[in-house]
Design a binder for this molecule. Sequence first.
Ligand code: ADP
Ligand code: MG
Length: 694
Amino acid sequence: MTLDTPLASLKGVGPRRAADLAAAGLHAVGDLLARFPLRYDDRARFRDAASVRDGQWVTVAGSVASCGLRLTRRRGFKLFEAVVRDQSGPLRAVWLNQPFMASVISRGAEVILYGRAERRADGSLQLTNPQYELPARGERGSLHTGRIVPIYEKAGCVTCRMQRALVRDALDRLPADAPDLLPEWLRGELGLPGWREAVEAAHFPPEGAPLEALNAFRTPAQIRLIFEECLLFQVGLALRRRRADAERKPVVPAVNDRVRAAARAVLPFRLTAGQRQALKEIVADMAQPRPMQRLLQGDVGAGKTIVALLAAVVAMENGLQVAFMAPTEVLAEQHFLTIRRHLEPSRFTVELLTGSTPAIERRRIVEGLASGRVPFVVGTHALVQQDVVFSQLGLAVVDEQHRFGVMQRAGLREKGWRPDLLVMTATPIPRTLALTVYGDLDVSAIRDLPPGRQPVRTLVLPESRRDEAHRVVRGELAAGRQAYIVYPLVEVSAKIDVRAATEMADHLAAVVFPEYRLGLLHGRLRPEEKDRVMRAFAAGDVHVLVATTVIEVGIDVPNATVMLVEHAERFGLAQLHQLRGRVGRGPHPSACLLVHQEPLGEGGEARLRALAQTTDGFVIAERDLDLRGPGDVFGLRQSGMPTLRSGDLLRDRDIMEQARRIARDLLERGPAASAIVAEARRSWSGRFGLASVG
Ligand code: ADP
Ligand code: MG
């Protein structure tokens, strides 16, 4: 047996179980072993049956004094009961609706039980549905009881118990001298155990292993396995970066006085210190012979667009073309309008190309891009997907894309283009994560806001005080401002969602704000319809925009000064932060009203409080890290983060950072690291679900 042996060849794995395992991402023995238990239970210490108290989790060993199936009063409901006796006395165990237990446990058998003691109506104690084991004579149990036991997440019909047996079987059949990916010198340097020893101890901790460290995933064995996975990932990143650095641009932009003057000419305001610094880093990168690979991070409203535009002028002044990609048509159009306005004082023009560009128009633009006559194009990612050809693409800007341009990067590569790449995001990924997970991108961050911005006043209100929230909205509308009212999608059924949003919009229009014009925006509207509503809101013809979260990203209407969020407790912290970023974009003071249902759970309360306390996206990101469960932060799952099996991006940030440092050293070592490098290439796309390293 090897790590590549399919699970279907393990004892007890038929087609159905194999399919369920596969659905959980478990195909081969290696997958199974890489999947850590969720937690570990201490079932090592045996209790005397007579000393068991109500409510305790206990492990008891004894022999079966009597047992049998019983029918209960509920028809067809079977109950298997056994009385187990040790030297101190008897204890009853009951399995509900598991009649097969009758063929597992028989009178006189030695059993070990683990479960919670409950008091019965007659005052005696029983274990209900306990874990059980039938140890060989003289043994004290070794798999499901009588030790520190691994608890696995169920995989379809494959229970935790079955997985435990599968893991044991796999470990027993793997050759003792299974190859170790980490060379001995590296293990020695880091003080990490060998793979075989680590994988055994991570699943079946040796006697006396510290339970707390185990459940924090910080035993040497666990660290060793997490580290290996992080290292493979980081070696892959380093390889990808190395490949990018080896590429050469056909034209390296020059930055001279003429270029600077041209950039200044389009600049409508003084840049903030943060914008200046970011621009400096970007332009320095553009002047390098290798293509830029840079992430520009900046909170909502930080002014990333103008920075990208100045970079675009540098490219265009050098005779290069610029492609600016936005995630939606609405945003592409908005960028197009902004950029066109900014470019008026320059000699450059800009075109908009999306899926709904009319055919004739489209032909004209596509020809212009191919001939080089069109220097700047804004569009959706259709720009790289459709058969668009550039005469000399020098800069690609990807805006507000949750997957951080992963798709666009792949698209550009496929076309054989090697432009400077600038990926912009308002998602305040904590620095440690950005550095380690986007380790092949350089990061520029704008941490300040344009002058004159006033922090958005944030109020948290229970539903019973919704009237107050409406009064605030009304006050703003009376002053000539505009408002957003946001309603969460509940996701059970898009139809019901839309109905709820529609009904609420009707109610608001008819009853609450009858003297104002309301518009409704939700994800099921046709693009033209969305555009129509958005345009009316931007033009001030619609006063209140009732919306689901489709307004989350990028929309810029400075006259909108108040946002009311319904069911605020249902949104994540990052989402609320993004939403709130839609107001406070102009000279007027703004407010965000978070209306929540009662009672508010602990998590919900902490989230809403955090929002009321700060408007700094980076602080919020760090708070989010603390508040949320691992793997759950900022919808990272959707954001193109790698899927780790043993490791967890948040819990194991420190290990990931260490792996990042070591990965770079390793690549310098050449042959000494060749096995890891080969494995990193192999596992990159499959295991981490990322585009290939090449
Ligand atoms: P984001 O970083 O969220 O994409 P934008 O680029 O849309 O932010 O900028 C938000 C608003 O701030 C825009 O209206 C923009 O014109 C304005 N802005 C950006 N930089 C400055 C600045 N240095 N001074 C004044 N206003 C600015
Ligand atoms: Mg933006």
